[in-house]
Design a protein around this ligand. Structure first.
Ligand SMILES: Cc1cc2nc3c(=O)[nH]c(=O)nc-3n(C[C@H](O)[C@H](O)[C@H](O)COP(=O)(O)OP(=O)(O)OC[C@H]3O[C@@H](n4cnc5c(N)ncnc54)[C@H](O)[C@@H]3O)c2cc1C
Length: 393
């Protein structure tokens, strides 16, 4: 969705639609997600039934325009959906979040034929996947990638390795960043983005074992003389791949920020509930001042994270510039998730170390929010650059 083609419906319509969608999400989370979270996380098993239910809920088309079969939701509603899921279990949101980054690249930068061909199949979940940027030698510094696509008649031939790719095993399609001209300087002018469906030459190297964000597949992917039709080059012109991949980052950052805000709230809820029940020295630990201070700080962080996400999302939906706001929301909310998970661990005492309690999962899942969609170190550099630029520097 671009600022140009976003056509906001009337406020009342949005409120009603949003309330219906959020109600459906809440019921789904309580009935289907919460009961299986611990078991699937610990077994590192892909929650296939949740993926099928996501299709029915329309989540694979959440931000895809309705003319292409999606729900056409704005960032504000989308962020609320993501936060509500992550309040309980962060990992399943990756199944549709990464997929929608791929869809967003096509909707923003694709040709009309590409949008008509790909977006309805993405929206229905028939094609599912994500975005393949990172390589073993390059994550933040994407201009150093080594995967190459060489033109051969009506095809390009891709060779290279991608790593850490979400939905790399369970998905069947990926937007892949490559170099179509490895000699060009600056390198980004020789980079392109292709839609690659699984097939001969496109294989899974290995499933990566992780600290958290389990159950969702992260994979190393290998391209060996993989032939992709030239018509799968997003936008139809070489040399725009890096901008196309990074152009969706505002929505991507709002999404990670929403995950962080949801997790910060989820960790607080678990800690508060426990603190009211657990007694020491003749009273619930929630009545000890040291614990109260932690709860107060946790709730303030969770609220602030939620407000920053809302502000960034509302600006995005209104078509106003929101790069700075999305970056600030991502930075603050991800750190809030990490801090609240750690504080919740302290409140749970020894039980925080038990895999029979939910809180240890938050502690393992939260750090990813500080790495994904640009590490928080890089995020700070971008925020500072934008501050200087907006103040006329
Ligand atoms: C679970 C998981 C899922 C992921 N999913 C995907 C996916 O679906 N698709 C995909 O393409 N990638 C994915 N990634 C990769 C992720 O985007 C990268 O890990 C991230 O961009 C950081 O890159 P890197 O790991 O190569 O770290 P590096 O770029 O090597 O950075 C290492 C450290 O150096 C710091 N640093 C680097 N440059 C600077 C600088 N200029 N100034 C200050 N500090 C700097 C970083 O902040 C970091 O602390 C995933 C990663 C994980 C862990």
């Amino acid at each position: 969705m671009t600022a140009e083609n976003r056509n906001p419906p009337q406020a009342q319509e949005v409120d009603t639609l949003e309330a219906q969608i959020l109600d459906a999400i809440d019921r789904w989370v309580e009935k289907e997600v919460r009961p299986i979270a611990r078991q699937y996380d610990q077994a590192d098993e892909y929650p296939r039934e949740l993926m099928e239910q996501m299709k029915e809920l329309g989540l694979f088309g959440a931000t895809i325009s309705s003319e292409y079969g999606g729900l056409g939701l704005g960032a504000t509603t989308y962020a609320k959906i993501v936060a509500r899921i992550c309040e309980v279990w962060m990992a399943p949101s990756g199944i549709f979040n990464s997929h929608l980054i791929m869809a967003n690249a096509v909707e923003r930068a694709g040709t009309e034929e590409q949008k008509a061909h790909w977006l309805p199949r993405f929206a229905s979940g028939e094609l599912r996947g994500g975005i393949g940027l990172t390589e073993p030698n390059a994550g933040s510094d994407l201009q150093r990638i080594r995967t190459v696509a060489k033109r051969d008649g009506e095809h390009y031939v891709i060779n290279g390795t991608k790593t850490w790719i979400t939905n790399g095993i369970e998905g069947n399609c990926l937007a892949v960043l490559v170099k179509t001209d490895p000699e060009t300087d600056p390198p980004h002018r020789g980079m392109s983005l292709f839609l690659c469906e699984k097939g001969p030459g496109f294989s899974v190297g290995k499933k990566l074992k992780k600290l958290g964000y389990r159950a969702i597949d992260s994979a190393e992917l290998i391209f060996e003389d993989y032939r992709v039709p030239a018509e799968n080059l997003i936008g139809g012109v070489e040399g725009h791949g890096l901008q196309q991949a990074l152009g969706g980052l505002e929505l991507g950052r709002i999404n990670v920020a929403a995950r962080g805000a949801g997790m910060a709230r989820g960790a607080l809820k678990l800690a508060l509930e426990y603190a009211k029940e657990r007694e020491t020295f003749g009273k619930p630990i929630a009545r000890h001042q040291a614990v109260q201070i932690m709860l107060a700080d946790m709730s303030t962080r969770a609220e602030a994270a939620g407000l920053l996400v809302r502000e960034a999302a509302e600006r995005f939906d209104s078509g106003r510039r929101c790069d700075l706001e999305a970056g600030q929301a991502k930075l603050f909310a991800s750190e809030a998730a990490l801090k609240n998970s750690t504080d919740a661990m302290r409140i749970f005492g020894g039980y925080s170390y038990s895999t029979e309690y939910e809180i240890e999962r938050f502690y393992r899942d939260a750090p990813l929010m500080c790495i994904g969609e640009g590490t928080n170190e890089i995020q700070r550099l971008i925020i500072a650059r934008q501050l200087v630029e907006r103040s006329g520097g």
